[in-house]
Design a protein around this ligand. Sequence first.
Ligand code: Z5A
Length: 211
Amino acid sequence: MKNKFIVIEGLEGAGKTTAHTVVVSVLQEYNINNIVLTREPGGTPLAERLRILIKQSVDGEKICDKAELLMIYAARIQLIENVIKPALARGAWVIGDRHDFSSQAYQAGGRGLDMQLINTLRHIILGDFSPDLTLYLDITPEISLHRIYQRGQLDRIEQESLNFFQRVREHYLKVSAVDSKVIIIDATQNLKTVKLSLQKVLYNWLENLNL
Ligand code: Z5A
């Protein structure tokens, strides 16, 4: 299959929205116009409902870490089976705002859930389905929190501590260092420089695909 599944990852406020635009415009330069955009958690009616539950508490009830994980996987498999796989099967390129890497970073790194539990769940639920390329936008938790606070009201996960986001970032970096399908982008730079870095990485990757 020539069409691919590209995922953009990073802490909140890392610039994933801007990165989406860059990926779309680079693909269009290659005459790739059949593009489907997704976001996680979310992207189907059921997954969007789960997104609301994941991002907000229900009547103040504490959401257990494992319940959060299961809701995220329920949303993910709905999206994969009902949107991503059908899109790939009809030849579309899929660009995802977050995917499974987020669960490794937030639920294992941030929440401290056992990585073996997440690996087992991933294996059972997703099988060998995975992105062709992940662009990880790396920023410090300090920059992330600064941008989050500028937006105003914080959701349940955004209210976590600086330490939480430090663990999330550490996990992102640890996995990125050993996964050849993940490319780290220094997103602490100004927007123009980040855009140029993204374009350079994508041109290089697309050239190697020999489309
Ligand atoms: N979550 C999870 O725990 N486990 C999982 O498996 C999955 C998700 C899939 C989803 O929230 C939450 O779910 C997330 C992880 C968790 N929670 N946290 N924390 P979301 O979808 O609402 O949040 P998000 O995915 O992180 O989106 P975001 O906050 O909008 O981030 P962004 O898209 O990367 O940010 P942005 O809109 O592109 O940029 C934010 C602002 O910063 C904006 O004003 C930009 O102009 C500015 N910006 C961006 N880059 C720059 C640079 N380079 N310089 C200056 N200013 C910049």
